[in-house]
Design a protein around this ligand. Structure first.
Ligand SMILES: Nc1nc2c(ncn2[C@@H]2O[C@H](COP(=O)(O)OP(=O)(O)OP(=O)(O)O)[C@@H](O)[C@H]2O)c(=O)[nH]1
Ligand SMILES: [Mg+2]
Length: 347
């Protein structure tokens, strides 16, 4: 199954495009759209709450493997730039830049825009993406080609994701509710491994033992689900009110409130200093954290770190528990700045 995130700045045509790709489902600060036809299953997520908040942007990107970055014919703006920084920090490998509302421009201007975008994305992970495509949701220009491209990138992603089936299972929860007569039901993505009914696992970071009562995929009951699947799970031993978006069902997570991360800072951020309050994001979880210590390139303690710095070891303290694995990428943000993403870190 193919999972795509539709992102971009305000009025960039995100919602119009997503609504042409599937049937509207769950709505919150992200909006899910589903499409299923002749064996093809597509979930498209509109990061509705962005740019007001960066959380829906990161949520949409974390639940998907392919991003469509929408840029209208008026060209990239500061939020387009912020999206590019986020994609680069996440090392988000697959995506397509979509020039939206192409009916409002003409071929020369679109070619000029493509050149401009090439220079804006130079040196970022977007260089390895597919070529730009121009699309109109009013004349339908480019829509069929866009769908074909999504499915061809999707096939590549499926091969990559299949290699994660044998890892320890991990499900990231994006929706939770109570169903009368069934109890706690969560919706989420099997990020790695394979889950089965009756599996005994833990709900993290609250570390509560649970059992998977049943698994549904696209409204059909199944006995197991492999990496990359979007699933609905009925869960034993826990109540819906005790589960939040971002919780992880797993047996092998680390839970912590304080972190020491090896960080690379974005060139497009402000310097960070000891004493700053930042926001840490890992998977769909987030927590405010305090910068306790900065060490640059194995040297002495520093008061601050400059934008673009690499090999910066940052010690952060917080009070909210976060579940993670050693392979996870932590994203740091400063919500008070115009360009909010600061950098990424690994434990
Ligand atoms: N002419 C034309 N207008 C479009 C097209 N796509 C979207 N629009 C218009 O552009 C405006 C914004 O489109 P949306 O799809 O709502 O864009 P968005 O990025 O979701 O906007 P926000 O969520 O409000 O930030 C609307 O008035 C749409 O009708 C298109 O292909 N052609
Ligand atoms: Mg919208």
């Amino acid at each position: 199954m193919t999972k795509i995130a539709i992102i971009g700045s305000q009025q960039s045509g995100r919602t119009a495009l997503t609504s042409r790709l599937g049937k509207k489902g769950d709505v919150s600060d992200i909006t899910m759209y589903d499409f299923a036809k002749s064996g093809i299953i597509l979930t498209a997520i509109d990061a509705t709450g962005y740019p007001k908040s960066i959380k829906p942007l990161l949520t949409a990107l974390n639940l998907t493997d392919i991003a469509l970055l929408c840029i209208p014919t008026t060209g990239p703006d500061a939020y387009t730039g912020e999206c590019i920084v986020a994609l680069d920090l996440l090392n988000y490998k697959h995506g397509i830049i979509v020039l939206t509302k192409s009916d409002t421009s003409h071929p020369y201007a679109l070619e000029e825009l493509k050149r401009k975008i090439k220079s804006v994305t130079a040196g970022t992970v977007l260089e390895s993406w597919e070529d730009c495509i121009s699309v109109s949701t009013t004349t339908f220009e480019g829509m069929e080609e866009l769908k074909e491209r999504i499915f061809s990138v999707g096939a590549k992603v499926d091969e990559e994701v299949a290699q994660l089936n044998d890892l320890p299972a991990r499900v990231v929860v994006d929706h939770v509710f109570n169903v009368t007569g069934i109890g706690c039901v969560v919706l989420g993505i099997v990020q790695q491994g394979t889950i089965h009914t009756k599996d005994k696992m833990s709900m993290l970071p609250i570390d509560k033992p649970i059992e998977i009562r049943s698994i549904q995929m696209h409204d059909a009951d199944v006995k197991s689900a492999t990496a990359g699947s979007r699933v609905g799970l009925a869960i034993k031993n826990i109540q819906a009110k005790d589960v939040e978006r971002g919780y992880v069902i797993s047996n092998e997570e680390i839970v912590a409130t304080d972190f020491t991360l090896n960080c690379s800072l974005s060139r497009f951020a402000k310097p960070i200093a000891v004493g700053d309050t930042l926001h840490l994001f890992v998977g769909l979880q987030s927590a405010p954290v305090h910068v306790e210590k900065i060490v640059i390139c194995g040297g002495a303690d520093a008061d601050r770190a400059a934008p673009g710095s690499e090999y910066v070891v940052i010690t952060l303290s917080g009070s909210k528990k976060v579940a993670y694995r050693e392979t996870d990428r932590f994203i740091l943000a400063n919500l008070d700045e115009k360009q909010r993403f600061v950098g990424y870190g690994l434990v």
